[in-house]
Ligand binder design. Structure first.
Ligand SMILES: *Cc1c(COP(=O)(O)O)cnc(C)c1O
Length: 398
C-alpha cells in the first residue's frame, strides 16, 4: 500500500463550498439547514440512530429515540399520504415500488421526460416501459391525456393493465410541472397504481398526495429536503403499503430462522445514521420553506426574463415558468464559444471569475440552472453577470 497516496484522502476539501453561488440544478434543494449541519456531526458515527432499536420489533421505523417513528408519521401527514419510509434515494423508492407492484415482463407506463433512474428502476425490477410522448421543441410538455391510450395499448397487448403508471411531477430537463391529478384520474379508472415522482417538488413546494390521487409518492432527500445523501422518501397509501411493504417470509432450511417483522423490499433497514439525522433536523425548516414557493418561482421568472434579453437566447420548457429549474438555449453564447480559444469553457471561466458555479463546464448552447433558495440579491447578481458576459463578447442585449 502506498501510504502517501492514501494519506491525502484525509485532507479532502469541497472545491465549491461557501463563497460560491452554485446554480447546479441538483444542488439547490439539498443545501443543509444549520440544524442539519449540527445533526450530521452529532450522528456521524456508523449506526448512530440504532442505540434504542426496540428488541421485539428491530426496525428503523419503530425507533422512538431519536424520534424516527414520529418523523415518518409527520412526513406522511406533510405529504398527504398514510405511510412513509426513508430509503436511500428516490431511485431506490421507485425500484421498490416497481419491484413489489409488478411481475417480470409487466409494463410500467412512464412519461418521456422521466429521469434515467426511472428506466433503470423498471429494468432492474424486470419490467418493460411504455412512454407517454412530450410535445417536442420548445415546450416539451408531457401529453398527460395520452396515459389513457397507453394503458389501453398495454391491455390490448398483454390482456391486463400495466403494473403501475409513473409521472415525473417536475422533470430534470425543463422544469415543467405536469398535471398529476389528470393522470391519477385516468389511472384510477383502470385500477392502475399511480406513482408520482416528486424528486424536484416535494420538499421545496407544497405537494399533497391525497389531493392529487397519488398511490406512491417518491422523492429525494438530498435533492429537495435539505438533507445529506443518501436519502429518499417512499410515501404510500395504506392500501398500497400492504403490497409494497410486505414482510419477509423466508425460513432457513437448517436453522429454521425467520424474520417476519422485517420489510422485505427494504432489506430490513435503510438509512441508519447521519443522512437520516440530517433529514430529520431539516424537516421543520422544510415544512416552513414550502410556504415560500411562490416567491421562489418569481425569482426564477425574473432570471428567465433577464436571460432572454441576450441575443438568440431563450429558456426552453413551459412558460411562464412554474418551477425554479430551467434549461437555457443560447445560440448567441454558442457562437461566441466557436471563436473563443477556450471554446465552450469560456462561459464556465467567466462565471467562475464571478464566484458563480454549477453550469456544466463546456456547455453554452444548452445548459441548465436552478435558482431555488437564492436571495433576490443573488438572483440579480447572477442575471447581471450573464448580461455582462454577453456584452463583453459583443452580443446584443435588448
Ligand atoms: C434527481 C432525480 C432523481 C434521482 O434522485 P435520487 O434520490 O438521486 O435517486 C430521480 N428522478 C428525478 C425526476 C430526478 O430529478
Amino acid at each position: 500500500m502506498d501510504f502517501e497516496r492514501v494519506r491525502r484522502f484525509a485532507e479532502i476539501r469541497r472545491e465549491y463550498g461557501s463563497g460560491y453561488i452554485n446554480l447546479n440544478p441538483i444542488q439547490r434543494g439539498g443545501i443543509l439547514s444549520e440544524a442539519a449541519r449540527r445533526a450530521l456531526l452529532e450522528f456521524g458515527d456508523g449506526y448512530s440512530v440504532c442505540d434504542w432499536c426496540p428488541p421485539k420489533t428491530p426496525r428503523l421505523d419503530m425507533i422512538k429515540r431519536p424520534p424516527i417513528a414520529d418523523l415518518y408519521q409527520d412526513i406522511a401527514e406533510f405529504l398527504g399520504m398514510d405511510v412513509v419510509r426513508v430509503v436511500t434515494r428516490c431511485r431506490e423508492a421507485k425500484f421498490i415500488a416497481f419491484r413489489m407492484l409488478g411481475k417480470p415482463g409487466d409494463y410500467v407506463v412512464v412519461d418521456a421526460n422521466a429521469h434515467y433512474s426511472t428506466y433503470l428502476a423498471a429494468e432492474l425490477a424486470g419490467l418493460r416501459v411504455k412512454e407517454i410522448p412530450h410535445s417536442g421543441y420548445p415546450d416539451y410538455r408531457v401529453l398527460v391525456e395520452l396515459y389513457e391510450d397507453k394503458i389501453k395499448e398495454v391491455i390490448r397487448e398483454t390482456g391486463k393493465p400495466p403494473a403501475a403508471a409513473l409521472l415525473t411531477h417536475v422533470d430534470h430537463n425543463y422544469g415543467n410541472l405536469s398535471d398529476a391529478k389528470a393522470v391519477s384520474d385516468i389511472c384510477h379508472r383502470f385500477g392502475v397504481p399511480f406513482v408520482l415522482n416528486a424528486a424536484y417538488t416535494a420538499g421545496v413546494m407544497p405537494v399533497n398526495g391525497r389531493e392529487l390521487g397519488v398511490d406512491v409518492l417518491v422523492s429525494s432527500g438530498h435533492k429537495s429536503w435539505a438533507a445529506s445523501a443518501p436519502t429518499g422518501i417512499l410515501a404510500l397509501t395504506e392500501e398500497i403499503a400492504k403490497v409494497v411493504l410486505a414482510r419477509s417470509s423466508i425460513v432457513g432450511d437448517w436453522s429454521g430462522k425467520s424474520f417476519p417483522e422485517k420489510e422485505l423490499a427494504l432489506l430490513g433497514c435503510t438509512v441508519m445514521g447521519a443522512p437520516l439525522a440530517s433529514l430529520m433536523a431539516s424537516f421543520p425548516y422544510v415544512v416552513e420553506r414550502v410556504q415560500r414557493w411562490g416567491e421562489e418561482v418569481e425569482k426564477a421568472r425574473y432570471l428567465c426574463q433577464q436571460l432572454e434579453r441576450i441575443e438568440e437566447t431563450r429558456v426552453l420548457g413551459e412558460k411562464p415558468k412554474r418551477h425554479t429549474l430551467m434549461q437555457v438555449e443560447s445560440l448567441g453564447l454558442y457562437e461566441v464559444s466557436k471563436k473563443h480559444k477556450r471554446r465552450g469553457y469560456f462561459l464556465y471561466d467567466e462565471l467562475k471569475a464571478r464566484k458563480i458555479t454549477g453550469i456544466q463546464p463546456g456547455l453554452t448552447k444548452h445548459f441548465k440552472l436552478n435558482t431555488y433558495g437564492l436571495s433576490w440579491e443573488e438572483v440579480r447578481y447572477v442575471a447581471a453577470s450573464f448580461i455582462e458576459i454577453a456584452e463583453k463578447y459583443g452580443l446584443g442585449v435588448s
